[in-house]
Design a protein around this ligand. Structure first.
Ligand code: SAH
Ligand code: SF4
Length: 366
């Protein structure tokens, strides 16, 4: 596939090289840095190229994944996160299996989202078997819905059990590719252990989503480039990235985003991520809305192709505050469905039908 050059400039050329390397040589950090520094007309060209690559590889239709934040209990202490165990601020909740099932039924009945994403703290107050049973029941009652789980690190055999119960996909960000920065921020986990979980998931045939936060305190532009390259190396089916948002109820709360003075960096990162990963599903994550007016709409025009509306029962949403400024905490699921349709309509993008599985390989057969 060829694109007419958007501008006769170095950005256009490099972007082309990264998406379609001429000599089979994978892109390197030095290839990405000029793109991550693009400004003015070059930046416009970068966004246009990312949008064109998204259109060519993913199409115009936007897969909708509805997210149910089913528990805010967490035993971990990630330094940036509002759900960390020692934070007394949130009222802790756990949805009963019947409530999770009701949420899934509602999503299926609305007919907009083809996937339910079940997310919670790493130790959400359910046994691994409880979660397997929830997955099994959703699959039986609403077979058209793809199921994504996102509950942190687990041993391979637990992922295998969930896959056998009907889990199609798993989301687990590596957060940062810098091992020392990862270690500083995660008292309960190493980068090596996190990457092993991701390898396990891939080897089990589970569609694997990962990603990172943009602008963690201590992140450099070189680390950002390496984060993007690590996504390409793993060839993830889905890649979710979003700005780090300081949460005052956490130990990192007083440390600003590394790009606080240059918010375009969030979108540069997204656009370069798309160029380096042409056929990955890339969501316009909620954190873009938290830092930028209409941030998710801009993300959909600068490389992202997926939307993830909140389908958590409204009274619980305010207590799932990973970071402040999270949008849509007062809306209910019907408001969210309507809002998604209006947003996409305004962008001239249709809603994708069906589960919209990975673009990289056929869905797992069980
Ligand atoms: N417990 C699971 C899922 C919930 S956390 C897990 O850790 O994988 C989901 C994501 O929220 C994390 O991967 C992290 O990237 C993001 N997150 C947490 N705190 C954040 C913050 N302060 N700013 C931006 N994103 C944050
Ligand atoms: Fe728990 Fe996930 Fe937050 Fe870490 S990022 S404290 S594992 S909810």
């Amino acid at each position: 596939m060829r694109f007419a050059p958007a501008a006769a400039d170095v950005v256009g050329f490099l972007a082309m090289e990264i998406s379609f390397p001429q000599h089979g040589k994978p892109p390197e950090r030095a290839d990405l840095l000029p793109l991550l520094r693009a400004a003015g007309a070059d930046l416009d060209a970068l966004y246009a190229r990312a949008d064109a690559v998204r259109r060519a590889h993913c199409g115009e239709a936007v897969p909708i994944r509805a997210i149910v934040e089913f528990s805010n209990y967490c035993a971990n202490g990630c330094l940036y996160c509002g759900l960390r165990a020692s934070n007394a601020a949130p009222h802790r909740y756990r949805m009963a299996p019947a409530e999770i099932l009701a949420a899934a039924r509602q999503i299926a009945a609305a007919g907009i989202a083809g996937t339910v994403v079940l997310q919670a703290g790493e130790t959400p107050g359910y046994s691994d078997e409880d979660l397997a049973s929830v997955v099994r029941r959703i699959k039986t009652e609403t077979p058209a819905l793809a199921i994504t789980l996102s509950v942190g690190n687990r041993p391979r055999d637990v992922y295998a059990r969930w896959r056998d119960a009907g889990m199609d996909r798993y989301l687990l960000r590596f957060e940062t590719s810098a091992p020392d920065l990862f270690a500083r921020l995660h008292p309960d986990c190493t980068l090596a252990a996190r990457l092993q979980c991701l390898r396990d998931l891939k080897s089990l045939g589970v569609q694997t989503g990962s990603g990172f936060m943009i602008g963690l305190p201590g992140e450099t532009i070189e680390i950002l480039a390496d984060n993007i390259l690590l996504c390409r190396e793993f060839d993830f089916d889905m890649i979710g990235i979003g700005p780090y948002v300081p949460n005052p109820d956490t130990p990192l709360g007083d440390q600003p985003n590394a790009y606080a003075a240059d918010p375009d960096m969030f979108f540069r990162a997204l656009a370069v991520l798309r160029l380096a990963n042409p056929d990955a599903h890339i969501p316009a994550t909620t954190a873009f809305d938290a830092v930028f007016p209409n941030g998710r709409d801009l993300a959909l025009q600068r490389g992202a192709n997926v939307f993830m509306p909140n389908a958590t029962p409204s009274p619980l949403r305010k207590d799932y505050q990973l970071y402040p400024g999270k949008p849509c905490i007062d809306e209910d699921a019907t408001d969210c469905a309507r809002c998604v349709q209006a947003r996409l309509h305004a962008l001239g993008r249709p809603v994708a039908q069906g589960p919209a599985h990975s673009l990289k390989r056929p869905p797992t057969t069980r």
